[in-house]
Design a binder for this molecule. Sequence first.
Ligand code: FES
Length: 318
Amino acid sequence: MLAVRVLEKREAAIDVLSFVLVAADGGSLPPCSAGAHIDITLPNGMVRQYSLCKADSARGAYELAILRDPDGRGGSECAHRDIHVGDTLTISHPRNLFPLVPATKSVLFAGGIGITPILAMAEALHAHGHAFDMHYCSRAPERAAYRDALGQAPYARQVRFYYDSEPDKGRLDAAAVLRALGGDAHLYVCGPAGFIAHVCDAARAAGWSDSRVHFEHFAAPAAATPTGGNVGFELVLARRGIRIPVGPDQTAAQALLDHGVDIPLSCEQGVCGSCLLPVLEGIPEHRDVFLSAAERDSNRCFTPCCSRARTPGLLIDL
Ligand code: FES
């Protein structure tokens, strides 16, 4: 874990605050790549993940932006209200589950606060002289974080904005954008679940292979609980030789922790992949948004923070 000091707290758009963090001891923060995120322990004890929109190695600082979500689980409200300039916070080392891959061209799609990792990607692609375009959708100009910075960036001509409040100025036609791109371009999309699904569906319809489509959710879509409620199942830990029942009202992760089996947890929503466990036998009921369609179909791993089992038990390589 790292101790950081809050150097700046600014309004980046309506309901969006940006925070600049520096090492609390005055040293430098670890380098990280575009698409990385950190876990922040908030003043109320919650741990939340935020993508880094800038990792300024010259300044030794990380920057992130947080959208206030009154319908969320309280993390963003706490961050907006209780984090102040000068505070010391604990963060994780950066991790990158949404990295850029080498390609002749990249196309970036940001929906709302999904701009945060996408901005880091645009900066990195520009810095390395790689070809890219960015499409940034927001409800209104005043809600688009980093709009001014993007408008003044050296790559401003590669950025196109779309606003729900200004439909006459153009709407994103993801299918047309993707049809026009060559066969080795890669796309990156971050934003609300519906936005990601729309762009990914357009890519699939335009014949893009899944290997060229990269996405990151910043919150999991609400999981549907089956009619009649959840059913209990059993985890069998192959290497430890123990069986752990998972009740209908608890997650597999909770059951593991209750039995003294420590597993890494972060988002607890099936978004980050921190808790991923290898499955040797049994069929998981995948409720995460982290695994790809191919990984789900293989049933070789599952996220115990939210996923369950279609079979009476799962044999886990643990
Ligand atoms: Fe993030 Fe399970 S803790 S996917």
